[in-house]
Design a protein around this ligand. Sequence first.
Ligand code: HEC
Ligand SMILES: [Cu+2]
Length: 305
Amino acid sequence: MATTTSSVNEAFYFITVISALLFFGIVFLMVYFLVRYRRARNPTATEIPGNIWLELIWIVVPTIIVLVMFVYGLAGYTLQRTKVAGALEVEVHTRQWAFLFEYPNGVKSPDLVAPSGRDVRLTLESEDVIHAFYLPAYRVQLDAVPGMKTYANFRTGVVGSFDILCAQYCGTLHSSMLAKLFVLPPADFDRWSSGEKVQLEGVQLPPIAASGLELLRQRSCLACHSTDGNPLAGPSFKGMFGSTVEIMTKGAKRSVLVDEAFIRKSITDPGADIAVGFQNIMPSGKDSFGKLDLDEAVEAIKALK
Ligand code: HEC
Ligand SMILES: [Cu+2]
């Protein structure tokens, strides 16, 4: 049965073979004409006013070739876009600079986990700039655009782990916007998605019942906040709790003590107060944290003395 992956492969091979044939055909003719009509053999140039049949051939044949490429491409595009019955639906949230995969049962994971031999339907959304979900092993590449949903299907194959990258330059830490696809035997997938710890040989699966610090990592906070005191795009979490910081609120500068309420507000409404020396680029954590998760994240920041 044709899948996204096989149809992209077919289109790719077809285009490659046609390109190779044209390349060698053109080079062969060029060399042949060079030799055959060289000056020594052909001292006076021949004036050729035109040849209707030749012209028809080089218009019609390439048009047919390009149309066949289009049909191959359209078939793959349709497979990738059309809803498949019984597919595993996964929402892919993208933001600077991490992926977050959300399952129908509410499980959220920094890596994509799926059972083998199953259709997967991704719904992509971006919370800030344009990103691109890129899963080369399965030939899936699709932009995630703010304010718009985009969709991609693929069918998982053998058990294993595969790279996922962001393929759209999206800012300073674009190159670290990475994730994995873990394809598991179906029974293991069911155990993983119901919260059990699943151990596979040589594979480190993302835990879904996370510790506070793990949670900060999974929600991409650690892309901008270090835990060692060095500022990245945002101030370090180390020593944040209990410190006094300068912030801008509606254009006015003031000092505040970083207490629990301030940390909570900074996560759910990061645009309200801007730490001096930093830019207002932090995505709101309002929708990506459940209440319990938020408590745990705040505790983890408080603990980073
Ligand atoms: C894109 C980078 C980025 C990401 C991702 C990010 N932040 Fe921030 N964060 C910033 C910047 C920049 C500031 C300083 C400007 C401001 O106050 O909005 C900041 C400020 C904060 C502050 C207030 C610190 C202060 O001294 O005022 C807290 C608390 C915070 N972030 C927590 C988090 C948590 C928790 C997450 C994960 C859900 C997170 N951030 C994700 C960039 C980021
Ligand atoms: Cu990106």
